[in-house]
Design a protein around this ligand. Structure first.
Ligand code: ZN
Ligand code: ZN
Length: 415
């Protein structure tokens, strides 16, 4: 037996309905905020992620699905979508087109991680990118979209965690200060922190290892090292969030995993999933487009892991599909039933036709196994009168109705 690749999964009905529902809610919300969808390839040149995410990040260093194609080019299955969107923006010069300044995506991403509950190697993200808007209002509005989405999905107790990681002006002096302050206590730090101190000192700040906490707590604070422009931006973002009544917590040691962030970084966590793991993460990435050969344009975006969100989403009410199971008996009935099914579908009813002649008793058994909501029974008598027997499989009641009335009755209930 051939099984699915480790860390991937098949999404089956009715679970897939929850995905469709989340996607539909997200599309509606994104479009109300003026976003248009972009679909980029799953496969990109490896170089894109090395330049766009940074080769010191865990994603690029350890987690990418990278291989050579038949011509020896190094390709990678996208581990996230922002780099691909940024590449498309530069390639098609979308930064010159106000119509393309707000983009959203929904789709699979790939990371070679240890599979665990809610974490897959093929996983799904949805996210937004706001391009060319450097004003703090864009950050706050972007965060509002995430909050509204979790609200629409019924996620309880979502909290925004907020920080500023500074800019190219103020971060290097801060990082130098941080390194100098950690150097004398390096023996107290975990192995990851020691390594990061050499490769990416800022990332020591969000270490979760308990023994590192006293050392990191004593280190100089990132928010105290911000330049005036970054401090103003950070304050303005918070003021607009206050205005929008979006509650947040400033977490001065939160830095996020990706190298390209400047100023605002944020996460949204939910108590429903344990406050450690973020449902949404993102921030401002001015300079990313330039790093990919594009213009010096501002950018802000976030991504949300759909598997984890669906784990926290309340279940949908049970649904019966097909709506109507159409069974028949008697010579000459089948041809009429095929036409009747088309007629009903044209009136917006989901119908499954039985292709074998069966006794109504056996037809009802089959309808039950199919989990149908209704059975429509057509015999020679019904054919004659054009009144069909619609049986409610939940209550057991039945009525004789003309085709249009069958459709109206079935449609009365929202699917
Ligand atoms: Zn700054
Ligand atoms: Zn550590």
């Amino acid at each position: 037996m051939i099984t699915a690749v480790k860390g991937t999964q098949d999404l089956l009905f009715p679970e897939v309905r929850r995905w469709q529902q989340l996607e539909a809610a997200a599309r509606g919300l994104f479009e109300r905020y003026g976003f248009g969808e972009i679909r980029t390839p799953l496969l990109e040149p490896t170089e894109l992620f090395v330049r766009g995410i940074g080769d010191e990040t865990d994603i690029v260093a350890k987690e990418m699905y990278t291989f050579q194609d038949r011509k020896g080019r190094s390709l990678t299955l996208r581990p996230e979508n922002t780099a691909g969107v940024a590449r498309a923006v530069v390639e098609h010069r979308l930064h010159d087109s106000p119509q393309h300044a707000r983009l959203y995506y929904i789709g699979p991403q790939f990371r070679y991680e240890r599979p665990q509950k809610g974490r897959y190697r093929q996983f799904h993200q949805m996210g937004i990118e706001i391009l060319g808007e450097g004003a703090p209002g864009a950050d706050a509005e972007g965060i509002a979209v995430a909050v509204d989405l979790l609200d629409a999905a019924g996620i309880p107790a979502a909290t925004v965690q907020l920080n500023s990681v500074g800019c190219a002006e103020c971060r290097p002096p801060y990082v130098a200060l941080l390194k100098a302050s950690l150097a004398p206590r390096v023996s107290e730090l975990c192995g990851d922190c020691r390594r990061r101190l050499e490769t990416n000192p800022l990332r020591t700040l969000d270490c979760k290892v308990p023994s590192c906490q006293p050392v990191l707590d004593a280190a100089p604070r990132l928010d105290e090292g911000l330049c005036a422009a970054c401090a103003d931006h950070h304050r303005a973002v918070r003021e607009i969030l206050d205005l929008l009544r979006i509650s947040y917590r400033v977490r001065p040691r939160m830095v996020r995993g990706l190298d390209y962030y400047v100023r605002t970084v944020f996460e949204v966590t939910s108590e429903a999933l344990g406050a450690q793991d973020a449902l949404v993460g993102g921030g401002r990435y001015d300079g990313l487009l330039r790093a990919l050969g594009g213009p010096d344009a501002a950018g802000f975006g976030w991504a949300l892991g759909m598997e984890r969100l669906l784990m926290a989403m309340p279940p949908l009410p049970g649904e019966r599909l097909p709506r109507v199971y159409l069974a028949w008996s008697g010579a000459g009935t089948y041809a009429r039933v095929l036409l009747l099914a088309r007629e009903l579908r044209a009136m917006g009813v989901a119908v499954l036709v039985e292709h074998q002649e069966r006794s109504f008793k056996s037809a009802l058994k089959r309808a039950d196994r199919l989990n149908a909501r209704w059975a429509l029974l057509v015999g020679e008598e019904e054919l004659e009168s054009e009144l069909y027997t619609l049986k409610d499989l939940a209550s057991g009641g039945q009525q004789a109705l003309a085709a249009a009335d069958v459709a109206a009755r079935v449609r009365e209930e929202a699917p």
